[in-house]
Design a protein around this ligand. Structure first.
Ligand SMILES: [Mn+2]
Length: 280
């Protein structure tokens, strides 16, 4: 990297755009964007593909380029590095973007980690589980950069969905990957000692939605997605005791509020092993 490349000044330029609406014109030069992508790519590929993260941490689902919403989450959770965030994917929107830099962005996205584990207890992924997944080492062994095929382990981690229609595996209406039911979720969590799966990939009305008796939660962080839905945006906040609470974004600058678990819900979401350790 050349010495005049300054990430902090780029962040500050981007920060100035937080209240802009519609088609946002960045003040960045094409060359700066290219360098930024290459730098990010280098960082991603040197991280483990299955991240091992610690609490406290905040987890966001699809953000789909809803730029000013991103800052509302940062306002609540603290700006990085003061707040620690895990984003579960689908970062870009579907319109107004240059195809010129697309290939470069793609080469960067192909190096992103695919999943994460928080304090050994929470498994995080974009889409969900896979019938091909029999050991977490299979994820660790995936080589990057990776192209996503329309079937197989990587495809399922990115594109499978939970479904109440079938307790086991089912056909996915998207025409790609599978659906998985409560039995699959429970068996997976039991096999690997997880208490919760956090995934994204689907619009959910409240910004977060539980599945399989709170063994899985879908989080979606783009409120009023595309201007076509009236969904809230959600963020999972995991504290040091592995207690989860949920921040809900209703409408920018109008209603930001924190949904906290009732004490009963807290009991079920605090992970008992960890709690024991703290009490000792
Ligand atoms: Mn998705």
């Amino acid at each position: 990297m050349s010495s005049n490349f300054n990430v902090d000044s780029i962040i500050s330029k981007l920060h100035q755009l937080r209240h802009k609406k519609g088609k946002i014109k960045t003040k960045l030069k094409e060359n700066e964007i290219k360098k930024l992508i290459l730098l990010a790519r280098e960082i991603f590929i040197n991280q483990p593909i299955l991240l091992e993260l610690a609490t406290p941490i905040m987890i966001l689902g699809d953000i789909h380029g809803q730029y000013s919403d991103l800052f509302n989450y940062f306002d609540h959770g603290g700006y990085p590095p003061n707040g620690n965030y895990l984003f579960l994917g689908d970062y870009v929107g579907r319109k107004y973007y240059s195809t010129k830099l697309w290939k470069l962005f793609l080469s960067c996205f192909q190096c992103l980690p695919l999943s994460a584990i928080i304090d050994d207890k929470i498994f995080c992924v974009h889409g969900g589980l896979s019938p091909n997944l029999t050991s977490l080492n299979q994820i660790k062994n995936i080589k990057r950069p990776k192209e996503v095929k329309d079937h197989g382990l990587v495809c399922d981690l990115l594109w499978s969905d939970p479904s109440p229609k079938n307790k086991e595996w089912g056909l996915n209406e998207r025409g790609v990957s599978y659906t998985y039911g409560s039995k699959v979720v429970n068996q997976f969590n039991q096999a690997y000692g997880f208490d919760l799966i956090v995934r994204a990939h689907q619009v959910v009305d409240e910004g977060f939605e539980f599945f399989a008796n709170r063994s899985l939660v879908t989080v979606f962080s783009a409120p009023y997605y595309c201007g076509e839905f009236d969904n809230a945006g959600g963020m999972v906040i995991v504290n040091e005791e592995l207690c989860c609470s949920f921040f809900k974004e209703i409408m920018e600058n109008i209603g930001l509020f924190l949904f906290e678990c009732t004490s009963d819900e807290k009991d079920r979401l605090v992970f008992r092993n960890k709690l024991k350790e703290i009490n000792l």
